[in-house]
Design a protein around this ligand. Structure first.
Ligand code: CLF
Ligand code: SF4
Length: 483
């Protein structure tokens, strides 16, 4: 193993324990630094605590989804209405539907228990704007009682212009639209019908209405100065070649960030695409399309396609701790001052990380990928065997940029390493050169090395560990005469 940083391995709060030293990380907004766009300061402030709009924020801040919107007004071929809206969720996931009062209670409970929870999102299980009464009532109740929580909604866009005044009135500052096409002929392969003004339109007629309404929605959001994220589901052979055009159009209409997500499709989901064998893209195909758009605008690469009742940091779903039977028994512990104190600690930590970035000029070298085991807080702070996902960072000796995450089954099952699981993990991160974790057992170390993945143990800020690893990795290559 390359020599680790040798820091004490502890799971205590990131903001207290991390040693901050030489780091240079992703762009100023924490999103995709490959775009030349600089985020104005006032917008940086608006996204600084939103885990989806800011890649930096997603290491520290959490979101809560409340499932108050069961109905939908369109049909997507990747959706089975028995499950959550697949525009912001993994197919096959079912959330418990709540009434607004239950949802507000849940938000106040969680705001106390997880003070890093800064955003309340409504993203299903159907379309929030096909359920306007419950959606807006929930936002009203939460805004009245927890004014520091940001309100966020995700929609297919069909009804957005009808509700733009209400969205403005409630100060909903973040709206996601799922836009998969700008050409109705392509849309015809994705949407069999659309219901608008109490009438169901089949085929291209319906898709044309959806397309026009989505374009109007983009303009309405720009006019209202609401930050718009566009989600696009990448469907190989249907819209994969078309997404660059979608990207161009949404950018020209003022969208702030583009989230190209993979189609997840399996026969057991019972969706049209699942049953007809439509496959989703490979990680490589997805990255290629994201890369092709990244010169034009900010790209989101840290989406976890969460459930309509997701709770916690994006990479950790704590929804099972807060099922309806459990949270209804809990008392709201919302405490604005205590929350602000936690947020100040996070801000201090991130400011120190940023300041340390500027402290040293580092030389860029060839790019490599590393896989990081993390429980959040922008730290290498998880045992290899406990990781349910690895965050993938691109490192070039000067910059450390988040590029993806890979879900895996954790290697350590009931205290023992699972050989078959290790094989899958290695396959999932095979394009990396190093694996950074707070602890890695001797057996997985051996297997990782055999597969060309160098294990590296440390407990510190991801950027620092990645640069330390890079330096030692490059040195070892030089010594071996590889470079
Ligand atoms: Fe939720 Fe969506 Fe708001 Fe985020 S999720 S409503 S913008 S608070 Fe985020 Fe989840 Fe991806 Fe959505 S990771 S599925 S992009
Ligand atoms: Fe399903 Fe969402 Fe599409 Fe409606 S908009 S059909 S809920 S994926």
């Amino acid at each position: 193993m390359l020599q680790s940083t040798g820091l004490t391995n502890s799971d205590s709060s990131a903001t207290k324990t991390a040693t901050l030293s030489t780091t240079r990380a992703s762009g100023p907004c924490g999103c995709d630094s490959s775009t030349s766009q600089v985020v104005p300061k006032n917008i940086q402030e608006r996204i600084a605590k939103h885990p989806c709009y800011s890649e930096d924020a997603h290491h520290h801040y959490a979101r809560l989804h409340v499932a108050v919107a069961p109905a939908c007004n369109i049909q997507c071929n990747y959706c089975n209405r028995k499950y959550d809206c697949a525009n912001e969720s993994r197919p096959g996931v079912v959330s418990e539907v709540l009434i607004p009062e239950e949802a507000a209670h849940k938000a106040l409970v969680i705001a106390g228990k997880i003070p890093q929870m800064t955003v309340l999102g409504i993203a299903g299980p159907g379309d929030p704007l096909a359920n306007p009464k419950h959606t807006f009532r929930t936002f009203e109740l939460v805004a009245e009682q927890a004014p520091d929580i940001k309100l966020c909604l995700s929609s297919n866009g069909l009804m957005l212009t009808e509700y733009i005044d209400k969205i403005k009135e409630l100060k909903i500052d973040h709206v996601t639209l799922t836009i998969n096409m700008i050409d109705p002929e392509i849309g015809e392969k994705i949407y069999p019908w659309v219901r608008y003004n109490r009438k169901r339109y089949k085929g291209i007629e319906g898709v044309r209405i959806l397309h026009e309404k989505q374009m109007e929605a983009l303009e309405a959001l720009r006019e209202a100065d609401i930050l718009c994220k566009v989600n696009s589901v990448m469907i190989p052979g249907v819209n994969d070649q078309h997404l660059a055009e979608v990207n161009k159009v949404i950018r020209s209409k003022g969208a702030f960030i583009h989230n190209i997500m993979p189609l997840i499709s399996a026969p057991e989901h019972g969706t049209h695409f699942g049953l007809t064998g439509q496959r989703g893209p490979s990680p490589k195909e997805l990255k290629a399309v994201q890369d092709s758009c990244s010169g034009n605008m900010r790209m989101m690469r840290h989406c976890r396609q969460c459930r309509a009742d997701a709770v916690g940091l994006l990479g950790e779903d704590r929804s099972q701790e807060f099922t309806k039977d459990k949270f209804l028994e809990m008392k709201p512990e919302y405490d604005l001052a205590a929350r602000q104190k936690v947020h100040e600690g996070i801000e201090k930590f991130t400011a120190e990380v940023k300041a340390s970035k500027a402290a040293k000029t580092l030389k860029k070298g060839p790019k490599i990928l590393v896989a990081v085991a993390t429980k959040g807080n922008r730290l290498v702070n998880q045992h290899f065997g406990h990781a349910k996902e690895f965050q993938i960072f691109e490192v070039d000796g000067a910059d450390v940029k988040f590029v993806a995450h890979r879900k895996v089954d954790h290697y350590c099952q009931a205290g023992y390493g699972e050989e078959a699981t290790l094989e899958h993990i290695i396959k999932a991160i095979a394009d990396c050169k190093g694996v950074l974790a707070s602890k890695i057992g001797l057996c997985p170390q051996k297997e990782l090395r055999k597969a060309g993945l160098e294990p590296f143990e440390a407990y510190d800020v991801i950027d620092k560990v990645a640069l330390d690893f890079y330096e030692q990795f490059m040195k070892s290559k030089e010594l071996m005469g590889v470079l």
